[in-house]
Design a binder for this molecule. Structure first.
Ligand SMILES: O=C(O)CCC(=O)C(=O)O
Length: 255
């Protein structure tokens, strides 16, 4: 597995982009604590709904109540506030558009809860582009852990180059306590892996941001620690591309 470098925000904006960019301290300990308070409020609400006391960890809830935490937390305003944080949007804009254009949109906001020892929610090799086929194809993924990431917590591995010329398959997966989920996986990941460069296994601190291209193949690594691996995922897309294609369509429609 290849190594990656962690960079400060001010250095990252001058980086040409080898495919994976780990930016130090993108969100602060206070912002993480704020988000985890929101998670706890929702956990307490779900616990009470099944007759359990407040103050429990999501891990202590039965799967269907835990699933409720997962679903509600993904619609919490705290997620939207972080995704719109100016420093983050500016970085996404630089990675996508190469400059400070303000022409980005964010979609696919998600807070993942990876349970200890639970391999069932792990995602195999995939590209996020395949989940957002109707959106602009120029974009970046931001994967942002709320806990320190090391060998034990697992995390993700990313192939540090875009792979536009691979086939993917659509599957439906069933995970305990969750609704069936549609996933997209790369059909022959070994071929891509054999062509190199080797995947980068991410290790970083809570609050660091891991950026990579929408077309980069990546997968989950198992969580073998005793704690939940909480991570955020936001996807940023080039809005200028969306505007350009709308203009093209309008020109076609109206001659
Ligand atoms: O965090 C993980 O385990 C994988 C997340 C991921 O690959 C994704 O959301 O696209």
């Amino acid at each position: 597995m290849a190594q990656h470098a962690r960079r400060l925000v001010r250095e990252a904006v001058t980086f040409a982009g080898a495919g994976v960019e780990v930016v130090e301290g993108l969100i602060s300990p206070d912002e993480i604590a704020g988000l985890m308070r929101a998670v706890q409020d929702i956990t307490d609400m779900q616990a009470r709904s099944v007759g359990l006391p407040a103050g429990l960890d999501a891990l202590d809830l039965p799967p269907h109540a835990r699933s409720g935490v997962y679903d509600m937390v993904n619609s919490h305003p705290a997620l939207f506030r972080l995704a719109g944080k100016p420093e983050i949007v500016e970085l996404a804009d630089r990675f996508i558009n190469g400059g400070r254009t303000g022409q980005v949109i964010v979609k696919g906001l998600q807070l993942r809860m990876d349970l200890p020892g639970n391999q069932s929610e792990l995602l195999g090799w995939h590209r996020d582009r395949d989940y957002f086929q109707s959106l602009p194809q120029n974009g970046v993924v931001l994967w942002l852990p709320l806990v320190d990431i090391d060998e034990r917590t697992g995390g993700i591995s990313v192939v540090p180059r875009p792979v536009p010329d691979v086939e993917f398959v659509e599957l439906v997966k069933h995970w305990p306590g969750r609704k069936p989920m549609r996933v997209f996986e790369v059909k022959e990941p070994d071929r891509v892996l054999a062509e190199g460069p080797p995947p980068v296994r991410v290790s970083c601190r809570a609050g660091d941001g891991v950026f990579f291209n929408l077309w980069n193949m990546h997968r989950s690594e198992p969580n073998s620690s005793e704690r939940v691996r909480w991570t955020l995922q936001f996807r940023y897309f080039s809005a200028s591309e969306a505007v350009a294609s709308r203009l093209d369509r309008a020109a076609l429609e109206h001659g």
